[in-house]
Design a protein. Structure first.
Length: 230
């Protein structure tokens, strides 16, 4: 693994790394990247809304969202983006060493080391997912109170956050297969199920905003008909 922060790579280079056929960066980093896209889109809509006096009533709430996203969620997701790639790279190295070992004792040692690192690699997507759930809330809040002309951006932010959280669910469930029926794995499965339920509720609520835009579209068509008839 290169020590260069992946997030600092030019976009095309980063995409090439995701499509290079290697294990890192992988799905956990991809989930974090989706969250980061959501962060930037939310920040954009918030910045536009704060410049417009007609949204002054909600400026304090929008300012809170801006600070939370820029000062906490974005830096955290950047760190998790890199951390996931590095930790999972270590998991793979331990697995390769295990498969190459001839002595059974060495095989067990590398196997235990791989599982130890995989526990850490499983906790990372939980953290990514929690950040994405928070972003869904901020996206829906901005959709409702922010600049109306930028609701495509807030919709994209919500969608990116949902995708990041759902990706985390996939990663967690896949990782847990390696632990079978251990007590730790059972606890993490329960944790993941609870997370998935929270995500499903937020997703249903958030995507209801699409119907809001659809209703406005139908209403505007009706108004146009009235103008033409008059």
């Amino acid at each position: 693994m290169t020590q260069l922060a992946l997030i600092e790579l030019p976009t095309i280079k980063l995409l090439e790394k995701f499509g290079s056929g290697t294990h890192a960066p992988g799905s956990g980093s991809a989930a974090a990247l989706m969250g980061l896209i959501g962060c930037r889109l939310i920040s954009t809509v918030a910045a536009i809304s704060l410049r417009k006096p007609e949204y002054k009533r909600d400026h304090s709430r929008i300012g809170f969202i801006t600070d939370r996203v820029n000062d906490t969620l974005d830096p955290s997701l950047r760190e998790l983006f890199q951390q996931d790639a590095m930790v999972f790279d270590e998991v793979i190295k331990m697995r390769v060493a295990r498969d190459a070992a001839i002595d059974d004792k060495e095989k067990r040692r590398y196997s235990e080391l791989a599982l130890e690192r995989l526990r850490e690699a499983t906790d990372i997507p939980f953290k990514i997912g929690d950040s994405c759930l928070e972003l869904i809330d901020y996206g829906t809040a901005l959709f409702d109170m922010g600049f109306k002309g930028a609701r495509g951006d807030t919709g994209a932010a919500i969608s990116a956050a949902v995708a990041g959280a759902m990706s985390a669910v996939f990663v967690i469930n896949l990782n847990l297969k390696s632990f079978r029926g251990s007590e730790w794995a059972m606890q993490q499965r329960k944790r993941c199920d609870d997370f998935h339920q929270r995500l499903s509720r937020k997703q249903l609520d958030a995507f209801g905003r699409v119907m809001t835009l659809r209703a406005e579209d139908v209403s505007s068509i009706g108004l146009n008909f009235e103008v033409e008839e008059s």
